[in-house]
Write a protein that binds this ligand. Structure first.
Ligand SMILES: Cc1cc2nc3c(=O)[nH]c(=O)nc-3n(C[C@H](O)[C@H](O)[C@H](O)COP(=O)(O)O)c2cc1C
Length: 315
């Protein structure tokens, strides 16, 4: 008669924390079924092993704590929490380097001393939020539909939308970050918007084909610089795909190392909190941690043209 409690703890730890998934053979019946409480999707033992190995490949330092194990006759419940660093891509989702915490519980039944069935409930939403990616269908086929963003396809008149956008007046920013080698990267963007003051959130939309995009996606922080009328050349540089845009500008680092451009009307550094997928673009939501406000007059942008923010007529 095996001690069921220690068998669960040691096989679980071996599989999840060391990748020794075959240890689950000691613990599960050959016809073991694992069911997601959210989606109702079912996997067998081989599928479960594959899932563990895929998750461990993305989070190599994965560490699981079994917080409580309740055994009542043939019924059991396990309450667990997991921590890991998102180091390698998971399916199509690029690694962010962020540390993820998630927790969940498994309820199930034993048959002849082995787990025959378990139903898993885990906090997918907090995990997805930590990953910064709401759509993980490619990585986890079993995600319920309400967690997967709409495919956003549509054929509304491109010209009409362009016409609408041309009536909208904005400033122009340069969004900055550093790449894996520590090299400063950035692009001109007018998609800046303030999301909320409390918490202090801002957003920016960046095209995935931008050469700055991979560095931005992998960054923890970004800089946003509102360009001033003295930075017309800087605007031209950062609207281009010049591989060394920072060679021609003066800049300094924010507290977390994001490049902030000297001579800007204002600059902020912010911690990236969300990366929402919107087809061709990613919407970055970031929490402001630092701001520098200057007197330099901002550039005004409308319908493809730039104007002097000092000569606006008040209504
Ligand atoms: C006024 C203006 C606003 C722009 N806004 C955005 C924007 O919000 N998001 C974006 O991805 N690109 C935007 N762009 C385009 C990028 O700046 C441009 O594609 C740039 O070449 C990208 O550089 P990169 O590929 O080196 O990153 C804008 C360009 C201009 C001139």
């Amino acid at each position: 008669m095996i001690d069921i409690r220690s068998a669960v703890l040691s096989a679980w730890e071996a599989a999840w924390d060391r990748g020794e998934v075959d240890r689950l053979d000691e613990l599960m019946t050959v016809d073991f079924v694992r069911e997601s409480a959210d989606s109702g999707n079912r996997t067998d033992l081989a599928g479960h092993k594959r899932e563990i190995l895929e998750i461990r490949a993305a989070f190599p330092d994965l560490s699981t704590t079994i917080e409580k194990l309740i055994v009542d006759g043939d019924d059991f419940a396990i309450f667990w929490s997991t921590t890991g660093t998102f180091t390698n891509d998971l399916g199509e989702v690029p690694a962010t380097g962020t540390t993820v915490h998630t927790r969940g519980s498994n309820q199930g039944v034993f048959r002849d001393g082995r787990i025959a069935f378990e139903r898993v409930t885990w906090d997918q939403r907090s995990l997805l939020a930590d990953l910064g990616v709401p759509s993980l269908r490619a990585a986890f086929e079993s995600l319920p539909d309400d967690l997967v963003v709409d495919d956003l396809s549509g054929d509304y008149s491109r010209e009409a939308l362009k016409g609408f956008n041309r009536q909208f007046i904005t400033g122009v920013t340069v969004v900055t970050t550093t790449d894996a080698e520590g090299k400063p990267r950035g692009l001109a963007a007018n998609s800046y918007a303030s999301v909320s003051l409390d918490p202090p959130l801002v957003l920016i939309c960046v095209q995935k084909t931008s050469s700055t995009y991979p560095a931005l996606f992998h960054s923890q922080h970004l800089g946003i610089n509102i360009l001033s009328t003295g930075q017309r050349d800087t605007l031209a540089t950062f609207s281009s795909r010049d591989p060394d845009k920072f060679a021609s500008v003066q800049w300094h680092e924010g507290p977390k190392g994001s490049p902030l451009l000297d001579g800007s009307s204002a600059s902020i550094e912010a911690e990236i909190k969300e990366r929402f997928q919107a087809k061709t673009h990613t919407v970055f939501i970031a929490r402001v941690i630092h701001a520098e406000i200057a007197d330099d007059v901002p550039i005004v942008y409308k319908a493809g043209r730039f104007f002097d923010g000092a000569s606006l007529a008040e209504l």
